[in-house]
Design a protein around this ligand. Structure first.
Ligand code: SDX
Length: 435
């Protein structure tokens, strides 16, 4: 394979089977450029093979840019550090979905729309009763999300702009209610209805922690920290759950079912479920007498399946910029809530040892978004099994933006990868008596 001088070339040449084929080069505005292999099979009879898609672009996208080597993350060109410092989650959601920062009037309209769709259909109260009390909230959230499509037939009109807009607003408005009610069901407390006088994060906190028998005051610093966490989780280009949303959406299934599939993908401990796994590990280290080095060695042991949750990333081979911001926020929230910081101390010691250990350095393993986020959710009072629900609420606008970009793109076709077959070749059926 030869690519002419990378700076100027528009094509690469592939010599295969005695032929030379031209592969067009697709250039990004920044970051990775790509070889367009759309005609590779028809021209050469070959396909490519890339398990885990570590070298394969599934789409061109204008939503989020990240540079794993430099530790850069931008939503629609805006650095995550500036959005974290100056924006709000609903403003970031608007930016991701509609492509530009909203004017004051656009933002007010969006916030009003979301605020007035936070109720879920009253019949869904019984939906929660069909689950065991200790059902994992991600199972409830995924099924409740696709279940909502049964109340809104317009959600199947995926090419009708008005139907898509109301579906988007309903999803952003109702996911916190679904999440909070799954928690209330789990602890046997009455459901708390959303309130239109509260902001987005404050409403989630109120639905999670208020009880009808006494007044509940949302801690403003805690609401601010939760809003920040939602911003930091809002999108992350073509990660596993987003790619799942795009693939399901490419079949023209409705948006609720695409999002529900994304929630299920996020649940895995290698992905969004890592925040819950981090706290489990920190608690194990404490229970084990605080022997941090023992757990670092365990993570390094090739014969031990244990991997250090919250460390490592497919793309970031430098610090995850979100982890840096979240670590600072964790210190603020622990102070504001007076929560015990024993786990935070263990986390910092784990980070310190790992970042000076050649195993982690040579593999460029750094703390990722999940390493410190669980400490904040825990300090706020969320139970561990609700952490990934919070991640899902944060990632929702990113999933929606990526689905919308995909469904609106004239290039989009149904996603259908090929394979290299490694099984048995043709053979005849053998009657059971002869086996
Ligand atoms: C998220 O894609 C995204 O953008 C995801 C996300 C988002 O915002 O959507 O950023 C959110 O999912 C963050 C990641 C959360 N997951 C975890 O924290 C789980 C722990 N991390 C690992 O499982 C792992 O790092 C992955 C899954 C995150 C990435 O895996 P890769 O890219 O497939 O890398 P790999 O498994 O091939 O690891 C390379 C090497 C291996 O060692 P060797 O075979 O070379 O000897 O690094 C080792 C791995 O064993 N390694 C780890 C490790 N992570 C990788 N060793 C110990 N502890 C770890 N955490």
């Amino acid at each position: 394979m030869t690519a002419d001088s990378p700076a100027s070339a528009d094509v690469a040449h592939l010599d295969i089977g005695g032929e030379t084929v031209e592969l067009p080069i697709v250039r990004g505005t920044e970051g990775d450029d790509a070889l367009d292999i759309a005609k590779l099979r028809s021209q050469t009879g070959y396909i490519t093979l890339d398990p885990g898609y570590g070298n394969t672009g599934a789409a061109t996208s204008a939503i989020t840019f990240l540079d794993g080597e430099q530790g850069i993350l931008r939503y629609r060109g805006y650095p995550i550090e500036q959005l974290a410092e100056q924006s709000t989650f609903l403003e970031v959601a608007y930016l991701l979905i509609w492509g530009e920062l909203p004017t004051r009037e656009e933002l007010d309209r969006f916030v009003t729309e979301v605020t007035h769709h936070t109720l879920i259909r009253e019949e869904m109260r019984h939906f929660f009763d069909s689950f065991p009390h200790d059902a994992h909230p991600m199972a409830v959230l995924a099924s409740g999300t696709v279940g909502m499509s049964t109340f809104y037939p317009d959600s199947h009109e995926i090419f009708d702009a008005d139907a898509v807009e109301i579906t988007i607003n309903r999803l952003i408005a109702k996911l916190p209610t679904l999440a909070a009610w799954s928690f209330k069901k789990a602890i046997g407390q009455p459901y708390v209805y959303p309130r239109n006088d509260l902001g987005y994060a404050a409403n989630l906190l109120n639905m999670m922690f208020a009880v009808p028998s006494e007044a509940y005051e949302v801690n403003a610093q805690v609401a601010e920290a939760l809003d920040l966490l939602l911003i930091l989780h809002a999108d992350h280009e073509q990660n596993a759950s987003t790619s799942t949303v795009r693939l399901v959406g490419s079949t023209h299934a409705n948006l609720y079912s695409s999002i529900s599939a994304g929630i299920s993908a996020l649940w895995g401990p290698l992905h969004g479920g890592a925040n819950e796994a981090v706290i489990n590990t920190l608690e194990n280290v404490v229970a084990d007498g605080g022997d941090v080095k023992k757990w670092v060695d365990k993570a390094k042991d090739p014969d031990d399946p244990f991997r250090l949750p919250g460390f490592g990333h497919r793309v970031y081979k430098n610090h995850d910029p979100r982890a840096t911001i979240i670590k600072r926020a964790a210190e603020r929230v622990l102070k504001a809530t007076g929560a015990d910081d024993e786990l935070f101390d263990v986390a910092q010691r784990l980070e310190e040892i790992a970042l000076s250990d050649d195993y982690f350095i040579s593999r460029k393993l750094y703390p990722n978004v999940d390493f410190y986020s669980g400490l904040i959710y825990r300090a706020i009072g969320f139970p561990k099994n609700m952490f990934t629900n919070c991640f899902a609420i944060g990632r929702l606008p990113g999933w929606i933006a990526q689905w919308k970009e995909m469904i609106e793109s004239p290039e989009t076709k149904i996603g259908r990868p090929r394979q290299v077959y490694s099984g048995a070749q043709a053979r005849d059926y053998v009657p059971i008596e002869q086996r």
